[in-house]
Design a protein around this ligand. Structure first.
Ligand code: SIN
Ligand code: CO
Length: 369
């Protein structure tokens, strides 16, 4: 299936030749592609409080960004040209968007961020910019002209509400039509201008930065427990300069910091929890009512659920679990394929856990047909 998506390149060849290296344009990657969401549904999502959305308007040389929620009346005021609405995490709200995102499963889930959908009026776009992450841009209805420049140290427009490239000069222009797919590595300059009212799906990726990981790891260590000791100064003498911090106090602090220890298990535990933690706006709706018969169901992970595994540990939505060795294959299958037969999970003694995850809304249990 991915063969067509990547223009007759196998995932191996695509990753070797293009991933993080050079763009790839695939004409008619999805020949009959008509988008994943209609205009009125997209506008309805943009009006919702828990959904991340932006309205980008160009007024001559000036750019204006309005963050959501965006009521329909606000979008109606944007006029007939030169604006774009961008909605993140559409895969959480549309089954078609979730199915499209999962076609990119040849890339590890820990690298996948979300599927964003933009709608642009003619002339609309977000201006010339570069992103820090890889992206696949899949054209839905309408045509969009992409102007590209290879990655370099771009000059940014000071004070702009978007990270715009100053004096952007395109080296290549590509006109994308419905079903065409463009892969861009991080750092490439790009400017997508709608020629018609148009929809673009962005399959976006994530890659943790060192400082971001370190800051989160310090929180993890705090939660795990830090070495503790009370500062004592039985030999204290009268202070000559009462405002001065003593050398003894500094020595104590230095010694305490030097006592902080972690091992690879901490790193693994932290990383899995961190990478599987949902974004703050993600809310799971738990299920109440009749408990289904697991053995007659298929367990399907909720589109919002991030389930990962690393060695003996499994992570689901920020929680860690170390199952019995015999339970690992069934859980790994559920995590990798995002679905598994209830009977297999029940046989592995995971019935209680799966029903608990069902109660929390982490997965659904669909009757097996
Ligand atoms: C879009 O306008 O749909 C894509 C935005 C981007 O280039 O990042
Ligand atoms: Co971009």
């Amino acid at each position: 299936m991915e063969e067509a998506l990547l223009g007759n390149l196998s995932p191996q060849v695509f990753l070797r030749r293009h991933w993080q290296k050079r763009p790839l344009l695939v004409r008619r990657a999805l020949p009959a592609f008509n988008g994943v969401i209609g205009k009125s549904e997209l506008f309805a999502l943009a009006a919702r409080a828990g959904v991340e959305s932006r309205l980008v308007q160009r007024k001559g040389e000036r750019w204006q960004v309005t963050h959501g929620p965006l009521p329909r009346a606000r979008l109606a005021r944007a006029g007939g040209r030169n604006w774009s609405l961008l909605v993140n995490g559409v895969n959480h709200h549309s089954a078609a968007a979730e199915a499209l995102l999962r076609r990119f499963a040849f890339i590890p889930q820990a690298r996948i961020d979300d599927l964003m959908v933009s709608y642009a009026a003619p002339g609309g776009g977000v201006g010339p910019h570069f992103d820090s992450y890889d992206v696949f841009l899949l054209q839905g209805q309408g045509r969009r002209l992409w102007r590209l420049a290879r990655a370099r140290r771009f000059e940014q427009v000071p004070g702009a509400p978007l990270r715009l490239i100053a004096g952007f000069r395109a080296e290549e222009e590509l006109l994308l039509e419905p079903g065409d797919l463009l892969y861009l590595p991080p750092g490439w300059g790009h400017d997508g201008i709608a020629l018609d009212p148009c929809f673009t799906c962005s399959i976006g990726f994530r890659a943790p930065r060192g400082a971001e990981l370190a800051a989160a790891f310090l929180d993890y260590l705090h939660e795990r427990g830090l070495p503790d000791a009370a500062y004592r100064d039985p030999g204290l003498r009268p202070a000559m300069r009462p405002a001065a911090i003593s050398r003894e106090m500094v020595n104590f602090a230095e010694k305490q910091m030097a006592r902080i220890r972690w091992d690879r298990g901490d790193i693994e535990n932290f990383l899995g929890r961190y990478l599987s933690t949902p974004k703050p706006n993600v809310v799971f709706r738990g299920s109440t009512g009749r408990v289904p018969d697991l053995s007659r169901c298929e367990a399907i992970l909720n589109a919002k659920t991030q389930m990962l595994h690393l060695g003996t540990r499994f992570f689901i939505n920020g929680e860690v679990l170390v199952p019995h060795p015999g339970q690992r294959p069934a859980l790994a299958a559920l995590a990798d394929r995002r679905r598994a037969a209830g009977r297999t999970l029940a046989r592995a003694g995971l019935g209680h856990l799966i029903l608990e995850w069902h109660r929390c809304g982490f997965l659904s249990l669909e009757p097996k047909t």
